[in-house]
Design a protein around this ligand. Structure first.
Ligand code: PGA
Length: 254
């Protein structure tokens, strides 16, 4: 039985003060929800403050990115070693990083390796762009992204994959539950071919892209979908709480 994950990707939002406020607004109620891994991914500068607030609770912490080297003259970068001290998860290869910061499959691969080496659980993001989707190339693109991101990785450990169609991110145009379920099924099949059936069956694969409290249930009822990576709606305590609660409820009867 795969434990669902709801991860909030705050992106480049919230000052440290606002991050503290947001956590305080949902801390107790979020902590009380069981059967779901609840992960907050605030900006780097708020990780320490959030870690302090959630201490002793069931809420987990993730970073939004890492560099692949452990230390050295890389001005402005954050090392996996620094992050491993603070959190359990790290988002890698988000489409915004691929798009605005030129992250290639090779860079994503190095980052996944660096995360696994230090014991961080990567939340690896993959997904096709609108033109790729419309051109019927979604499957091809996703397969390529899986192969390049995981090249040379013999065992993916506690990797999580987030399927995030780029056309659905921040657009309010989410995929349908059925679409997402089908693609996530393909990703699982890919992982079975790349590794083995057991690894593929144990792997948690999330959907991401305009997930809200209103459409959560549609995704969580799908058998292949093991949770969500939530952007915009994770910045609103009541929305995020509702997404987590619905996931927990649906999962118990699934
Ligand atoms: P969104 O972002 O929920 O705002 O669409 C999702 C993501 O980018 O992880």
């Amino acid at each position: 039985m795969r434990v669902p994950v709801i991860a909030g990707n705050w992106k480049m939002n919230t000052t440290v003060g606002e991050a503290i406020e947001l956590v305080n607004a949902m801390l107790r109620e979020l902590d009380a929800v069981d059967s779901v891994d609840k992960v907050l991914c605030p900006p780097f500068v708020s990780l320490s403050a959030v870690k302090e607030l959630i201490k002793g609770s069931s809420i987990k912490l993730g970073a939004q990115n890492i560099y692949f080297e452990e230390k050295g003259a890389y001005t402005g970068e954050v090392s996996p070693v620094m992050i491993a001290d603070l959190c359990e998860f790290v988002i890698i290869g988000h489409s915004e990083r691929r798009q605005y910061f030129s992250e290639t499959g090779e860079i994503v691969n190095k980052k996944v390796k660096a995360a696994l080496k230090i014991g961080l659980k990567p939340i690896l993001c993959i997904g096709e762009k609108l033109e790729e989707n419309e051109g019927g190339r979604a499957e091809e693109v996703i397969t390529e992204q899986i192969n390049s991101s995981l090249a040379g990785i013999e065992y993916p450990g506690e990797l999580i994959i987030a399927y995030e169609p780029v056309w659905a991110i921040g657009t309010g145009r989410a995929a349908t539950g059925e679409q997402a379920n089908e693609t996530i099924g393909l990703i699982r099949q890919n992982m079975a071919e790349l590794y083995d059936n057991k690894i593929a069956q144990d792997l948690r694969i999330l959907y991401g892209g305009s997930v809200t409290a209103d459409n959560t249930a549609e995704f969580m009822r799908q058998p292949e979908i093991d949770g969500a990576l939530v952007g915009g709606a994770s910045l609103k305590a009541d929305q995020f709480l509702s997404i987590v609660r619905q996931t927990s409820e649906i999962r118990q009867v699934k």
